[in-house]
Write a protein of this length. Structure first.
Length: 274
């Protein structure tokens, strides 16, 4: 298999949609072709980082534009089905009366939002600002707990894509509990898919100041065999200047099966840490 045909299969290779024979051909080619191996490694890093991006939610502006377009469409239909509106003051009054009606989605949405804000403000004043703030804090904590539960559920799925999504949910948690951190560490150490392990490294980087996270990454460096995961861990530990990683890097450099690229990165990292 030549380089062009191999690179055409990179996307299916990363999503695990290749048949066993084709997957073996890709693996065989990248072992013998340094250029394709580097391309695949770079693509894998991008793929893994995309997996931990938080899911974007539509903003208020999008909803507003939708209602505006809907109103323009309805106005066009009404203009075709009605006779000309009276001119002068009577026409303007009729126009205002027509706008202020719950049959118009824009007015209904605006009025509902107004009532919501009034209700929230009144509740905050009646119950005391501090009590309202405490309830908001409690609600935020419940949302964070729910997000962690979803993350743990997805991390137990058989699909690598779902497990990466689970890591994405955990990465969006502001203050993860020990169970979530342990699940991320387990994914890094034991997940059979290297993309999931790479995503776990990126997520754990966000929680690098949590107790035990850096120590778990130092231990993980000793058991990783996939080059991209090894490089990601080296870069992580070098960036945070983790002195305890020096011994693990020395042991890694002595491995006979280590690829030249990883060995070079480990040697450079060791010089930066020591």
């Amino acid at each position: 298999m030549n380089c062009e045909k191999t690179q055409e299969k990179f996307a299916d290779y990363l999503t695990e949609d290749l048949e066993e024979g084709s997957r073996g051909e890709v693996q065989e080619h990248i072992l013998s072709c340094a250029a394709c191996r580097e391309d695949l490694e770079n693509l894998t890093v991008v793929w893994a980082k995309l997996g931990v991006l938080p899911e974007e939610q539509p903003g208020g502006g999008l909803r507003h534009r939708f209602y505006a377009m809907l109103e323009e469409y309805k106005d066009g239909l009404e203009a075709k089905g009605k006779t000309a509106r009276p001119s002068g003051r009577a026409g303007r009054l009729a126009g205002w009366r027509e706008w202020f009606t719950f049959r118009r989605p824009a007015f209904a949405a605006s009025f509902s939002a107004f009532l919501l804000f009034v209700g929230l403000g009144a509740g905050w004043l009646l119950n005391g600002g501090r009590a309202g703030g405490e309830r908001l804090t409690t609600l935020s904590r419940e949302v964070q707990d729910m997000r962690q539960q979803v993350a743990l559920s997805l991390l137990g799925k058989s699909s690598a894509t779902e497990r990466i999504q689970g890591i994405g949910y955990s990465a969006a948690v502001e203050n993860p509990n020990d169970t979530t951190l342990a699940a991320l560490t387990d994914a890094l150490d034991n997940d059979p898919n290297p993309n999931v392990r790479l995503a776990a490294v990126d997520a754990l980087y966000l929680f690098r100041n949590k107790p035990g996270v850096r120590e778990s990454l130092v231990r993980s460096l000793a058991i990783q065999t996939y080059p991209l995961v090894q490089v990601a861990l080296i870069d992580f530990l070098v960036e945070v200047r983790e002195a305890r990683a020096a011994e693990a890097l020395k042991v890694l450099i002595e491995r006979n099966e280590l690829t030249p690229e990883v060995k070079k990165r480990a040697e450079q990292g060791l010089k930066q840490i020591v």
